[in-house]
Structure formats: structure tokens, C-alpha cells
Design a protein around this ligand. Structure first.
Ligand SMILES: Nc1ncnc2c1ncn2[C@@H]1O[C@H](COP(=O)(O)OP(=O)(O)OP(=O)(O)O)[C@@H](O)[C@H]1O
Length: 255
């Protein structure tokens, strides 16, 4: 019997690992048949933090919801490490792509402990709590009684318990005092650096987002107006403002 030589697998684990953690290609999405984001394309590598900025109504949340499948995509595709993501958020979460929505997705009637116990655990609870020591002291408190910052900690802890490879966070700083947002933001950076987590952070707080991001994109009228290195954009803040207002001078070809 002739020996069958195995062909190199185009999707071998090693090659998949070299694919972007998240690849969004030509994404078009919206609400009730109305397009809100069009032809959105970007990649996020393992360990990279991308922040998506932009004016109110630009389509930032719609982009995140379309990536995970909460909103049905109207066009384009989304891949994680080379594997196409389908339209079921719970399946995508099991495959490592998890969204922290802007309403935080926590159960207000339940205690901190029960919120965490209800989460499908694949990570060690103790190690996740090490990042949020305050949650230990709030263990039995009903979630509805927590402050905004404490709820956001709980939302992040719940998401990290699922051991995601890609974490999408919709407005971490929403409703938080600046100090609370400043305390939470570095946790995302830490997860990216230590665990190789790929992060997509939608933010209104531009300076805070740029302080932890590797890359920043500005979405305007549902399109990526600008995308560049975050450190560079920290020094060239005017380019972000130009992109917010659709003024000439930015470089949309850089994405
Ligand atoms: N449930 C919905 N039904 C209909 N239209 C919606 C719905 N949610 C959002 N939209 C519209 O889709 C567009 C994009 O909204 P989206 O919430 O994605 O923007 P955003 O950039 O996240 O805004 P913000 O910064 O204010 O949260 C807006 O024109 C908005 O009015």
C-alpha cells in the first residue's frame, strides 16, 4: 500500500495562531433593515488593545453587537483566529469572543457571588478575583446596590471568567466617576499584556482610551474615518478631532 503523505493543513493550529485574534471584514450592519455601519474592516492581534472612538450615533455599539451576532449582520464576515464566527452570541462566546455590553449584562437582583457563580467558568474564580479584590468585600451584596464602578468590575470579572480570547467592551467608563474609570482601564491593558487577550474597547473618554490602547480607530457615520497607532495619535490629537468632524487632513487610507 502506498504511503499517503499528509499535506500541510492550511488551517493547522500553528497557522491559526498566527491569524488575527479578530478579523472584521467589510462588516455592514444596522437596525430594522436600516444600515448604521458600512464596510467596516479591521484586525486585532493577540495582546492588542484597539479602541474605537467616534461621535454619538457613529455606529460603535452597532459594530460590536454585529461582531458577536446580537445584531444580524447585513454583510461582511468576522473571523477569530481564522475561523468564521456565526450569528449566535452564545456560540461565539464559547469560541472565545465575549462582549461586555453597555448595560453591563449583570443580574441586579442577584448577589455578586451568584452573578459570578452563574457564569460558565473556565477560568479560576480566585485568579480572576485577584484583579478585582474589592469584589471579595462585596461578595454577598445585591448587584443592584453596587456603584456603577463596582458593577462594571463585576461585568468585567464575569466576562474574564469565560476566559475569552477576544473581549469587546462597550464604554467601560460609561456613568463612572473619572477615578473609577482610571482604575478599571489598566485591567484591560494588563489582560492584554499578561494573557494575550485581544481587546476592542469602544469609548467616549478619548484620553483614557488612548492611554491603554495600541491602536485607535475613529468611526463616523458608520465608517472608519481614521485608524492609526494610539501612541502617535496621542501626540497628534488634532487628527482625532478632524476625524470626529469629518474634516480634511486625516488619512483614512491608513486603515
Ligand atoms: N435599537 C435601535 N433601533 C433603531 N436604530 C438604532 C437602534 N440602536 C441604534 N440605532 C441607530 O443606529 C445608529 C448607530 O447607533 P450606535 O448606538 O451604534 O452608535 P454609537 O456610536 O454607539 O453611539 P453612542 O456613542 O451614542 O452610544 C444611530 O443612528 C442610532 O440612532
Amino acid at each position: 500500500m502506498s504511503k499517503v503523505l499528509s499535506q500541510p493543513d492550511a488551517h493547522s493550529p500553528a497557522e491559526k495562531a498566527s491569524e488575527p485574534a479578530l478579523s472584521v471584514r467589510g462588516l455592514t450592519g444596522g437596525h430594522h433593515g436600516l444600515v448604521a455601519v458600512r464596510d467596516v474592516t479591521f484586525d486585532v492581534a493577540d495582546g492588542e488593545v484597539l479602541t474605537i472612538l467616534g461621535p454619538n450615533g457613529a455606529g460603535k455599539s452597532t459594530t460590536l453587537l454585529s461582531i458577536v451576532g446580537v445584531l444580524r449582520r447585513m454583510g461582511g464576515e468576522v473571523l477569530s483566529h481564522g475561523e468564521t464566527l456565526g450569528s449566535k452570541p452564545e456560540v461565539n462566546a464559547r469560541r472565545g469572543v465575549t462582549l461586555v455590553p453597555d448595560d453591563r449584562g449583570v443580574f441586579h437582583q442577584l448577589s455578586v457571588a451568584d452573578n459570578l457563580r452563574l457564569t460558565r467558568n473556565s477560568a479560576d474564580l480566585e485568579s480572576v478575583l485577584d484583579d478585582f479584590p474589592k469584589l471579595r468585600s462585596l461578595w454577598k451584596r445585591r448587584c443592584g446596590l453596587l456603584s456603577g464602578g463596582e458593577q462594571q468590575m463585576l461585568a468585567l470579572a464575569k466576562a474574564l471568567l469565560q476566559k475569552p480570547k477576544v473581549l469587546l467592551v462597550d464604554e467601560l467608563s460609561l456613568g463612572l466617576a473619572p477615578k473609577a474609570a482610571q482604575e478599571l482601564m489598566p485591567i484591560l491593558r494588563h489582560q492584554a499584556d499578561e494573557r494575550g487577550l485581544a481587546v476592542v474597547l469602544v469609548e467616549q473618554h478619548v484620553d483614557l482610551a488612548l492611554s491603554i490602547a495600541d491602536t485607535a480607530a475613529v468611526l463616523r457615520h458608520g465608517r472608519i474615518e481614521l485608524k492609526d497607532d494610539a501612541a502617535l495619535l496621542r501626540e497628534q490629537r488634532h487628527r482625532i478631532e478632524d476625524a470626529y468632524f469629518g474634516r480634511q487632513g486625516h488619512d483614512p487610507s491608513s486603515h
